[in-house]
Design a protein around this ligand. Structure first.
Ligand code: SER
Length: 316
């Protein structure tokens, strides 16, 4: 890779940390951050930034041309819970932004594309435990339908037009730098903020709702590893299952109580419960581990320790 990297959706939960990691590795000037709005002060001060709507092909093409971009990470998307409120908007954003970058690659304007999929591609008819790479996929959310469709298009562009697109199905991602927005797994981040602020969290999922989760540092490492891998080792061109740990809100609360003994959690499930119930509980990611040496580092107690330590200063 000789050209520059463009991150679309650089101000979101993943984009912020991906931008920082790629800048650290390749140098700030080689990594162009872009989003529809400005990001946090650290991100804005760390290197080149362009305002861009991921659905606007011309603007993205212009940035690629001006900055000599050869690799795109498309991190802009509307997540599961919010997409249920704005189905058409979510579909348009999630699909059109993907077509824009796939078409840039098809036309030879960029060489390599990363696009994230999600555990949301699975649905109620999918086996819930050790969900295999290839299985029944009947997603029931707009977000899941957009991700599953996106996976099919990625594979299609790879096989028909030789587009070098790579993807992983992220589980719920836990991080302290930028908060998630509009997802079903967001509780696993919110819980730490509330634990520090109020010693109490009102959870929007039931206590035994087990979901696959991962610490952001692991997710960023997975993302960069699959992009680093030799093309022939990336055998799956739809999207790889990617797993670290699985836990439910009770287990998350118990890990917090090791640091904040009087922490309380109460449960008021809302519409997000149905979304969570449609997703797998544990994921089998054997192909990712075999093809490009994926391995996670953080378990739940590690995550709790870093989350509380890093969020603490914010709450005094
Ligand atoms: N974390 C996402 C969500 O909850 C799933 O990919 O929507």
């Amino acid at each position: 890779m000789n050209g520059r990297i463009l991150i679309i959706g650089a101000c979101g939960q993943i984009g912020t940390e991906l931008t920082a990691a790629l800048r650290e590795r390749f140098g700030a000037e080689r990594v162009i951050a872009s989003d529809i709005r400005k990001g946090n002060a650290t991100l804005m001060a760390s290197g080149p930034f362009e305002i861009a709507d991921a659905m606007d092909y011309k603007t993205i093409e212009d940035i690629v041309y001006r900055h000599k971009v050869d690799t795109i990470y498309l991190m802009a998307a509307m997540l599961s819970a919010i997409a249920e409120r704005f189905p058409e908007k979510a579909w348009n954003l999630n699909m059109n932004s993907l077509f824009n970058v796939l078409n840039l690659a098809k036309e030879g304007k960029v060489e390599k594309v990363f696009w994230p999929s999600s555990i949301a591609v699975f649905g109620p008819s999918t086996p819930k435990q050790d969900t295999p790479q290839q299985t029944i996929m009947e997603p029931t959310t707009v977000y899941g339908i957009s991700k599953q469709t996106g996976e099919r298009w990625c594979e299609y562009y790879h096989s028909k037009y030789d587009v070098d697109v790579r993807s992983v199905r992220y589980p719920g991602l836990i991080s302290y730098t930028t908060e998630p927005g509009g997802g079903t797994t967001d509780y696993a981040v919110d819980i730490y903020h509330r634990a520090l602020k109020h010693h109490h969290y009102r959870c929007f999922l039931k206590k035994d709702t087990t979901l696959p989760m991962m610490y952001m540092e692991d997710a960023i490492r997975a993302t960069i590893s699959i992009m680093d891998a030799a093309p022939e080792t990336v055998k799956i061109r739809s999207s790889y299952n990617l797993a670290a740990i699985s836990f439910d809100p009770e287990e998350s609360a118990a890990s917090i109580r090791k640091h904040i003994p009087d922490f309380k959690i109460t449960y008021e499930p809302d519409f997000r419960q149905e979304i969570a119930d449609s997703w797998p509980q544990t994921i089998d990611d054997t192909p990712a581990r075999a093809d490009w040496d994926w391995k996670h580092n953080y378990d739940l107690n590690d995550i709790t320790t870093v989350m509380l330590k890093n969020l603490k200063p914010q709450y005094g």
